[in-house]
Write a new protein. Structure first.
Length: 216
């Protein structure tokens, strides 16, 4: 009797093993679902937007990314008010990107970060403190042509980021022509690449509001 029970148990284990092997083989054969062309385009768009956003003040980009779907109703601008508010958001973010390029920061004697606006005389501290910078140090923070150049590039980069935002495009161009679609697909990419190269070729030493903090 014991021999019969052992044989029965071995047969059950063998049958279970045979059932598990095909399941494991099926799991190995399963491939990831292929992405549709639309999903690939969206993924590339997010990557390009993230790369370009690194060249802009973080506060301006964050405000745009948060307010864009709200103001545009996720691209469904049903009234002229939504349309006007979308244009206002674009103008506000572009202006902030422009002026924040003229800000800079430094660390005081206590190691606290202080922010200010670059002027022709030096740095104008804007945090309400009475700290002054020695004249020999103030010359390092004077307004330069490179600051204006970077500010103009920031506007162009923000325009490219906004052009990659589907909510804005659907709001401003609900039914674009084939020519417009081609321009919206190529122009922002070209502007982003050119501006990125210019940022690398002509770097700035400023660490303003919305940019990485200064170690000085």
């Amino acid at each position: 009797m014991e021999a019969i029970k052992k044989l029965g148990t071995e047969n059950v284990v063998a049958s279970e093993t045979q059932l598990e092997i095909p399941l494991l083989e099926d799991e190995q054969i399963v491939e990831k679902p292929k992405k549709t062309p639309a999903q690939k385009v969206i993924r590339k768009t997010f990557k390009k937007t993230a790369i370009l956003a690194n060249l802009l003040p973080s506060g301006s980009v964050l405000a745009f990314q948060i307010l864009s779907p709200v103001i545009t109703h996720e691209g469904q601008c049903h009234s002229s008010i939504s349309h006007s508010m979308t244009l206002g958001l674009l103008a506000f973010c572009a202006i902030s990107c422009f002026f924040l390029n003229f800000t800079d920061s430094f660390r005081d004697e206590r190691g606290k970060v202080r922010y200010g606006f670059a002027t022709f005389r030096g740095l104008w501290i804007i945090d309400g403190s009475n700290i002054t910078i020695p004249p020999e140090e103030a010359t390092k923070y004077k307004l330069k042509f490179l600051d204006v150049f970077h500010a103009l590039l920031s506007i162009l980069v923000f325009g490219a980021v906004a052009a990659f935002d589907q909510n804005v495009i659907k709001c401003l161009y609900p039914s674009p022509s084939p020519e417009t679609q081609e321009i919206l697909a190529i122009l922002p990419m070209a502007v982003g690449v050119i501006c990125t190269l210019l940022f690398v070729a002509f770097p700035t030493t400023r660490h303003g509001i919305g940019f990485p903090l200064s170690r000085r």
